[in-house]
Ligand binder design. Sequence first.
Ligand SMILES: CC(C)(COP(=O)(O)OP(=O)(O)OC[C@H]1O[C@@H](n2cnc3c(N)ncnc32)[C@H](O)[C@@H]1OP(=O)(O)O)[C@@H](O)C(=O)NCCC(=O)NCCS
Length: 168
Amino acid sequence: MRAISIEPLSAEHRREDFDCGEDPLNRYIRQYASQHQKKNIGRVYVAVEPGEKRVIGYYTLANGSVAFENVPKSKGLPREYPIPVVMLARLAIDRTMQGQGVGAVLLFDALKRSAEASRVIAAYAVIVDALNDRAKEFYLHYQFEEGLADPMRLFLPMQDILSLLDQI
Ligand SMILES: CC(C)(COP(=O)(O)OP(=O)(O)OC[C@H]1O[C@@H](n2cnc3c(N)ncnc32)[C@H](O)[C@@H]1OP(=O)(O)O)[C@@H](O)C(=O)NCCC(=O)NCCS
């Protein structure tokens, strides 16, 4: 795989031609990502090739919470309160770069940042709402588990992420 660098989205990045094959994810990076950053409702990280500014992939992180009833392996968690999580709100790779390991690199980067954030502000898991079955298969490949109430809402407990990162 070619070397990539992962950077917080800034005005320098070129994203007008980004195309991952999914319109909502294309629209998001082209039109809404900067606004969300400014309003502090999403942090967007982009992948670029070294020395380039063309976005070849991106993901977004935000804080969130989920109902106890949706959490798999919830033994020992309080039923009375929402469970804090990190939301991996979007992850997308440009069509020209799919199938070359960029998605895996971005996913691990997102998990690493989530783990770092969770040392300061607790998060029980990283969760993702899969856009479709193909996206769901990608996350299942990385040991995410289905939520109990919504099969498209997938969980990876922070405990598992921390031990995974310890092994790298
Ligand atoms: C899904 C997506 C992010 C994967 O990124 P990618 O760069 O193509 O994937 P990678 O090349 O990094 O693949 C890494 C691993 O995941 C596997 N994988 C990739 N896509 C997969 C899928 N849909 N189902 C199961 N496994 C998948 C690969 O086989 C590879 O496995 P290996 O390391 O064991 O060989 C990308 O195809 C994409 O942007 N799709 C369109 C947008 C989308 O659906 N995003 C998800 C939104 S919720």
